[in-house]
Design a protein around this ligand. Sequence first.
Ligand SMILES: Nc1ncnc2c1ncn2[C@@H]1O[C@H](COP(=O)(O)OP(=O)(O)OP(=O)(O)O)[C@@H](O)[C@H]1O
Ligand SMILES: [Mg+2]
Length: 229
Amino acid sequence: MDKNQAIKVENLNKSFGKDDAFVDVIHNANFTINRGELVALIAPSGAGKTTLLMMLGCVSEPNSGTIWLGEEKVYDNRWLTKETRKIRREKIGFIFQAHYLIPFLNIIDNLTLISQENKIEEKDSKAKARELLKYFDIDKKETAMPSQLSGGQNQRVAIARALMNNPEIILADEPTAALDMNRSIDVVKMLKKIALEQDVAIIMVTHDDRMLEYCDKIMKIEDKNVELS
Ligand SMILES: Nc1ncnc2c1ncn2[C@@H]1O[C@H](COP(=O)(O)OP(=O)(O)OP(=O)(O)O)[C@@H](O)[C@H]1O
Ligand SMILES: [Mg+2]
């Protein structure tokens, strides 16, 4: 097995519902994404982008197929662990369209919240949070509340939060949708830098073709088929 492999999927299938409510979403997907790669996931609304991310993030169960995250096979026609939460906590960072910071916690407490669940000592998680805030040039906002930050700054905090657990994989569902063009390019360039410097695989859903030039690969879902190029 290739040590560089971050996500590998074989014959992955996903549909929802039965009879009249049946929706076939992903049909026999096969692809491999390596560490260090920023992959843009682009497809029309309703094509299955979020569904695919949620399966890779061990949130939503496929119907069949195989998923490896890093060197660990996590799904083989069933979850291979009872604790999909543990896999998520250890391997995956999520970024969403909205930043979902907790409004009544200040910036640093928003970052260290997850570490409490991972049973990391407060002083270690604070140090990690400060390092990330500095990396994203928002260290002066440590004690500010999310409402006191701009949209772009809050999204930077959300990206920092996704890195708190040193994930191997970041799944970003339209992280730039709420931002203007320049801020969007900043965020995408930042994700590219993270992929390279932290050796993380990133899948980023986008509807904006202008972001594609900053990405290493493009994944498309067309008529239930997933293509990576
Ligand atoms: N929990 C669910 N139950 C039933 N159908 C679902 C469920 N989740 C998603 N779907 C259906 O699966 C299809 C893919 O949805 P998904 O949210 O993955 O699309 P998307 O590509 O992320 O779209 P968008 O760009 O609008 O976010 C849609 O037809 C949707 O209605
Ligand atoms: Mg979606």
